[in-house]
Design a binder for this molecule. Structure first.
Ligand code: RIB
Ligand code: CA
Length: 312
């Protein structure tokens, strides 16, 4: 079976970093490039952090691109209160040596989707969808060439994590999200309903530390750092691990379950801005444009993650 060819669009972020490590540790996947976007922290930091993670994984050959500095229409909001000032607080990773690719993320997305065979590239999005929306707007013909988009974002029954109804990735750029989800490209969404079932319990984090490897230690420090905020907020052992579910779904879809539904994004009301309005029970006749995942075998997810991190 040839590897699944993917582009990771991301705003590292500790959980993005673990997702990138999972992808780079998995021979079933060929990472063609990592396109960064402003989100958890400003673009200069997300572009630096992506390179730090590639070097941590021993993969300075992976091209990393800088993309959108701000959402399509709204001012950028960031999340240093969750991820720290660097966006990758926790492990002390060295400044990257590998250069940033000079091309813009959006140019790389367009060029690659135009050049590669139609239906051969999967987009794995771990942050705001600004780069994807810009690429689709500038080169509409690439929408039909995307194999599928696997995105972390939104929430159905779980509500929001940044406002009562909006999840961070969608809230940062709701206009981009609405354009991508209504583009016609096949989308699978991993919302908070799934990621809140993937808790970085202490016993799980300790298993990464027990690997006794540089990457295992760094992963434990990444998870320890990001969970602080959520443990205090939700009052439980561990915090939700969001972005690695995107890569895990590609590797082991049988660990997850969901259904095709209509999904629209609120872009009008400030009260509910960025809410993913998900018609889970099919009460409207709106098109079922997104495959939304709701359940996961969390033990299987963490076993996969541990087994792959151990390979680096
Ligand atoms: O709401 C969680 C999402 O927002 C994750 O992708 C996290 O990295 C942040 O970007
Ligand atoms: Ca992210």
């Amino acid at each position: 079976m040839p590897p699944e060819r993917i582009i990771i669009d991301t705003d590292p972020g500790q959980d993005d970093a673990v997702a990138i490590l999972l992808a780079l540790a998995s021979p079933e996947l060929e990472v063609l490039g990592i396109t960064t976007v402003a989100g958890n922290v400003p673009l200069a930091l997300t572009a630096k952090n992506a390179r730090k993670v590639c070097e941590l994984a021993g993969r300075p050959d992976i091209p990393v691109f800088a993309g959108a500095e701000a959402p399509l229409l709204r001012p950028l909001i960031t999340a240093e209160y969750v991820h720290g000032q660097t966006g990758l607080d926790g492990p002390d990773l060295p400044e990257p040596v590998m250069p940033l690719d000079p091309r813009h993320s959006v140019d790389f997305l367009i060029e690659t989707l135009r050049a590669e065979p139609a239906g051969s590239i999967t987009l794995c999005t771990l942050g705001p969808l600004t780069n994807i929306a810009l690429a689709f707007a500038r080169a509409p013909e690439i929408v039909g060439r995307v194999k599928r988009i696997i995105a972390m974002g939104g929430g159905a029954f779980e509500g929001g994590n940044t406002t009562p109804v909006a999840e961070f990735n969608i809230l940062v750029d709701p206009h981009a999200a609405q354009r991508v989800f209504s583009s016609g490209a096949p989308v699978t969404l991993l919302p908070l309903d799934v990621t809140h079932k993937c808790l970085t319990r202490k016993v799980r984090v300790d298993r990464f530390r027990a690997l006794g490897t540089r990457v295992g230690d760094a992963t434990a420090l990444l998870l320890d750092y990001q969970e602080r905020f959520d443990e205090a907020k939700y009052g439980q052992d561990g915090g939700p691990l969001h972005d690695p579910t995107v890569i895990a779904w590609l590797l082991r879809p049988e660990l997850f379950s969901g259904r095709d539904v209509n999904l629209e994004v609120e872009t009008g009301s400030e009260l509910t801005m960025g809410q993913t309005v998900i018609d889970w029970w099919g009460v409207t006749d709106r098109p079922r444009n997104v495959h939304v995942i709701r359940d996961v075998d969390d033990e299987g997810f963490f076993a996969l993650l541990l087994e792959r991190i151990a390979r680096l």
